[in-house]
Design a protein around this ligand. Structure first.
Ligand code: GLU
Length: 290
């Protein structure tokens, strides 16, 4: 049997903190324990926030922690064509439509709808897309595109969910509410997610499923903050005919106020801890992998 394939997939939009160290070390330990492979993937599709110096720092910090990974490293910005092919497949199924509202217009639409009561939010707390772009006529769409109006490509979630029913995944970790074992996916909770934007011709959801498949990832070990996103990932995998990895969502490392760590919080940054005299073994102990 082929050895299991794990991956650590940071975004180079800041310096790594203890939460990343935990996730990376856990992937490394799981891969070693299973006689598997560990890949590193740089998720740098957001050109406005990702910077090469952060990628260099990721390399340094992971090396310092004693983590070894296979090369070449996959850098998402170098593979936009792969995501384009997946997007075309979804479009050929009639599940993709352009939506022309700006972020500010969407906020206004949500505010208007909330005059009549709360507007539904996705599992991350963001309002579900409130617009009506799905029902624009082909003519209206063509006119708007020809006029140069910027747009995002969205997934027709209702249409996608009609095609795929009984969607589940196998959770080996500590999902939300302690869910473990076979988890029922609920992609509809996300509404018509964005698959691509004009300035970024892909999205987190689309690139992550394409890459996990192209890289042969069989075990996705990542933070619980991505537990609910797995519903969208499973849906895209089925629509695109991609294999299903198993998932292990791990608990997050929280700060003193029980908040998720952020890349800007200095006290838990790996560089700061290292400068303050921490050792790799000390970091392992701090994250509970001592
Ligand atoms: N790039 C994502 C992050 O840094 C992780 C994606 C994933 O593990 O699926 O949060």
């Amino acid at each position: 049997m082929a050895p299991p394939v794990f991956r650590f997939a940071p975004s180079p939009n800041g310096y790594l903190h203890l939460g990343h160290a935990y996730s990376a070390l856990l992937n490394f330990d799981c891969a070693r324990a299973a006689g598997g492979r560990l890949l590193l993937r740089i998720e740098d599709i957001d050109a406005t926030r990702c910077r090469p110096e952060f990628e260099t720092a990721i390399d340094e910090d992971l090396n310092w922690l004693g983590i070894a990974w296979e090369t070449p490293v996959r850098r998402q910005s170098e593979h936009l064509a792969d995501y384009g092919i997946a997007l075309e497949k979804l479009a050929a199924l009639g599940l993709v439509y352009p939506a022309f509202e700006s972020r500010a217009e969407i906020a206004k639409l949500v505010a208007a709808r909330e005059a009549d009561g709360p507007w539904p939010r996705d599992p991350d707390g963001a309002p579900i897309y409130p617009g009506a772009a799905k029902s624009l006529s082909a003519d209206a769409r063509a006119r708007l595109i020809a006029s140069g109006a910027p747009y995002a490509l969205r997934l027709d979630m209702a249409g996608a969910c009609r095609r795929v029913t009984g969607l589940t995944w196998n959770e080996l970790g500590e999902g939300a509410d302690g869910a473990c074992g076979v988890v029922q996916a609920r992609p509809e909770a996300w509404g018509d997610v964005i698959l691509a934007r004009k300035e970024t011709p892909t999205s987190y959801h689309l690139s992550v499923v394409v890459d996990d498949a192209l890289q042969g990832v069989s075990e996705v070990v990542r933070g619980q903050d991505l537990f609910h996103a797995t519903s969208v990932h499973r849906l895209l995998q089925v629509l695109l005919g991609l294999p299903e990895p198993v998932y292990r969502h791990h608990a997050l490392i929280l700060d003193g106020e029980r908040r998720k760590l952020s890349k800007s919080s200095r006290s838990t940054g790996l560089r700061e801890l290292r400068a303050g005299g921490a050792s790799p073994a000390g970091i392992r102990r701090l994250v509970g992998l001592g």
